[in-house]
Design a protein around this ligand. Structure first.
Ligand SMILES: [Zn+2]
Length: 180
C-alpha cells in the first residue's frame, strides 16, 4: 500500500492497454474492468502488455449495476447503445462509480469514439491515447438510402419506402473544454 493518497484515477479500456504507450503512474491510480481482462487471451504481446500494467499497479474492478444502468440509459439517448460492447459499458460504469462514490478525479483513457461520446454525455472526463479526441458530442441516427428520411431510432428498413438505412450523425454539439 502506498502511503501517498491518490485522488486521480485513470480508467483504461482495451485500446489503452494495447497502445503500449508509457502512462505516468506516479500521480495517479489505474483501474480496468474484469470484462476487459477477459478479452485478452493469455500469451502473446497484448497479454504481456496487460501483465506489465498489472505489475505497475493496475487494479481490476467490477462496476456497480446502478452505474451500468445509468450508462445504458445514456447510450440509448446518444445512439451509441449498439456501438458499445459489454466491456465498453463496464469501463464507463466503473468510471462513473469512481467519480460518484469515491469522489475521485476519474479520467477514462480510450480511443473509442462511442466511449468518449457517452463519457461526455455523462459529464465525465476522457483522454485519448493515439487518435485525436472527439471535439463534438454527436448523436447517431439513421437515414433512408431510398427517400432520404432521417430517423432518430435504430431503424434498419425505412417504413415509408422499404429501402435500407445507413448510420448518420444527426447533430454535433461542441464539447466544452475542461481543465485536466
Ligand atoms: Zn425511405
Amino acid at each position: 500500500m502506498s502511503s501517498k493518497k491518490k485522488s486521480k484515477i485513470y480508467i483504461i479500456d482495451t485500446s489503452a492497454i494495447l497502445s503500449g504507450i508509457p502512462i505516468n503512474f506516479d500521480d495517479a491510480a489505474m483501474v480496468t474492468t474484469s470484462s476487459i481482462s477477459m478479452e485478452l487471451k493469455p500469451g502473446g504481446r497484448d497479454y504481456r502488455a496487460f501483465q506489465f500494467l498489472i505489475e505497475k499497479g493496475l487494479s481490476i474492478l467490477s462496476p456497480s449495476k446502478k452505474s451500468r444502468d445509468a450508462v445504458n440509459s445514456t447510450s440509448r439517448k446518444t445512439g451509441d447503445e449498439d456501438r458499445l460492447s459489454k466491456a465498453d459499458v463496464d469501463v464507463l460504469a466503473l468510471a462513473l462509480d469512481m467519480k460518484l462514490d469515491d469522489g475521485k478525479d476519474a479520467v477514462i483513457l480510450t480511443d473509442d469514439y462511442s466511449i468518449q461520446n457517452v463519457a461526455d454525455a455523462l459529464d465525465m472526463k476522457f483522454g485519448n491515447i493515439g487518435q485525436p479526441k472527439i471535439t463534438k458530442r454527436f448523436k447517431w441516427g439513421y437515414q433512408c438510402l431510398g427517400c432520404g428520411k432521417k430517423f432518430k431510432e435504430n431503424i434498419k428498413i425505412c417504413p415509408i419506402c422499404g429501402a435500407a438505412t445507413k448510420n448518420i450523425i444527426l447533430d454535433g454539439k461542441d464539447i466544452k473544454r475542461r481543465k485536466r
